[in-house]
Design a protein around this ligand. Structure first.
Ligand code: HEM
Length: 135
């Protein structure tokens, strides 16, 4: 299965599967718990699900609008005090959540495709951490 199909399956779920990600991530990564204190995880799951559309689009092309969005998103995460070191455990837990909802059609190439896509988006979010805005 390719990355775009995997994303379509995430979007096609009636219950946002990304909601499960937050339960998993917060239990696996206790230092993230204080960062999400008071955050509505239902709404947050929808925001992250929509951001995955952006992540997948950006893996295909450097659309300027997508790049701007990722800079702004990075700036927001810096303002919220999210440490950069948490992006790798966040990525791995997110991929594991998606994999566990699509176990039959998963292979190592798909893990690598999600890793590359999330790393590329993260790199651009980190430019936002540095205040590197193109506008
Ligand atoms: C590729 C990596 C990530 C993506 C695509 C992403 C995506 C998002 C999106 C779309 C939002 C909503 C922004 C808004 O309110 O407009 C958000 C908020 C947030 N994210 Fe992330 N995020 C990523 C990494 C992380 C990491 C590593 C952490 C912490 C461990 C984190 C913690 C948060 C928190 C605490 C909020 C704020 C929630 C609130 O105040 O309502 N994110 N993220």
């Amino acid at each position: 299965m390719q990355l775009d199909e995997s994303l379509q399956r995430v979007l096609a779920h009636k219950e946002p599967i990304i909601r499960r990600f937050y339960d998993r991530f917060l239990s696996e990564c206790p230092e993230a718990e204080r960062l999400f204190a008071g955050v509505d995880l239902e709404k947050q799951s929808l925001m992250l699900t929509m951001a995955l559309i952006v992540v997948e689009a950006y893996s295909r092309d450097s659309y300027p609008a997508v790049e701007h969005y990722l800079h702004v998103l990075g700036d927001r995460h810096r303002e919220s005090g999210i440490p950069r070191e948490l992006f790798t455990p966040f990525r791995d837990c997110l991929i594991e959540t998606i994999r566990s909802s699509q176990p039959d059609d998963w292979d190592d190439e798909l893990t690598t495709a999600w890793q590359r896509a999330l790393d590329r988006a993260t790199e651009t979010m980190f430019q936002g951490y540095e205040g590197e805005f193109p506008f």
